[in-house]
Design a protein around this ligand. Structure first.
Ligand SMILES: Nc1ncnc2c1ncn2[C@@H]1O[C@H](COP(=O)(O)OP(=O)(O)OP(=O)(O)O)[C@@H](O)[C@H]1O
Ligand SMILES: [Mg+2]
Length: 227
């Protein structure tokens, strides 16, 4: 079964007298095991699409099915629970909580999901180790580098064992080497554990590492290349 199917997906924003078409009739299928880069010029709709797939925004028209379920058929609370259960998020807007340690941040989604503390703790520890942060569990975000913080966010996304990780510009504001190292870690999870990823990026070097590149232009799918 496809993890995500969007059908004729549309998102309009009303800005004063005129309407901005952030997305127009997007049909996209994400199958298990993909490592897909979403690309396109600034304002082409990448973040909008990730938000709609993640249930953080609602479409003006069309449908998003996540692991077979229509997101629009659920109430707000159910949708939020469903998306947290099946998805991992690496978004700027979901940054780390500064007063919590790496360990507490990594376990946050699990505790929201009602995972028992002991099991959640174990899984958060394992996720931190998997992203290369063993020994740094008790540091707060301010005691970590930008790359390490992004790894905590990745650990948090992975700890819930999601069907799909959505990442919006995961390498933004990182130096080149740190950004590519993070991406290599994501790719390892994809290849070794079969975690599916969909991530927005501008960086051609990041696109090179993807197994599929979907390019948006003016809110439409302009190109869809599988390697
Ligand atoms: N809340 C909003 N109100 C009005 N217009 C919006 C809103 N959010 C997004 N837009 C518009 O929708 C379009 C798509 O925006 P989006 O953020 O999805 O683009 P993007 O591809 O992620 O761009 P970037 O590469 O700069 O991150 C843009 O024209 C943007 O101005
Ligand atoms: Mg964006």
């Amino acid at each position: 079964m496809a993890i995500v199917v969007t059908t004729d997906l549309e998102r309009k924003h009303r800005r004063g007298a005129h309407v901005v078409h952030a997305l127009c009739s997007v049909d996209l299928r994400i199958e298990p095991g993909e490592f897909t880069a979403l690309t396109g010029p600034p304002g082409s709709g990448k973040t909008t699409l990730l938000h709609l797939i993640g249930g953080l925004d609602t479409p003006s028209a069309g449908q998003v099915r996540l692991v077979g379920q229509d997101l629009a058929a659920m109430g707000r609370a159910d949708r939020s629970r469903f998306c947290t259960e099946h998805l991992g998020f690496v978004f700027q807007a979901y940054n780390l909580i500064p007063v919590l340690s790496a360990y507490q941040n990594a376990g946050l989604t699990l505790s929201l999901q009602g995972c028992p503390a002991a099991e959640g703790g174990e899984r958060a520890m394992r996720a931190l180790k998997d992203v290369g942060l063993e020994g740094m569990e008790h540091r707060c975000p301010t005691e970590l580098s930008g790359g390490q913080r992004r790894r905590v966010a990745l650990a948090r996304a992975l700890a819930g064992e999601p069907a799909l990780v959505l990442a919006d510009e995961p390498t933004a504001n990182l130096d080149t080497a740190t950004g590519y190292a993070l991406l290599d870690t994501m790719r390892e999870f994809n290849q070794r554990q079969g975690v599916t990823f969909l991530f927005a990026t501008h960086d051609p070097k990041v696109m090179e590492r993807a197994s599929r590149v979907v390019r948006l232009v003016d809110g439409r799918v302009d190109e869809d290349l599988r390697k």
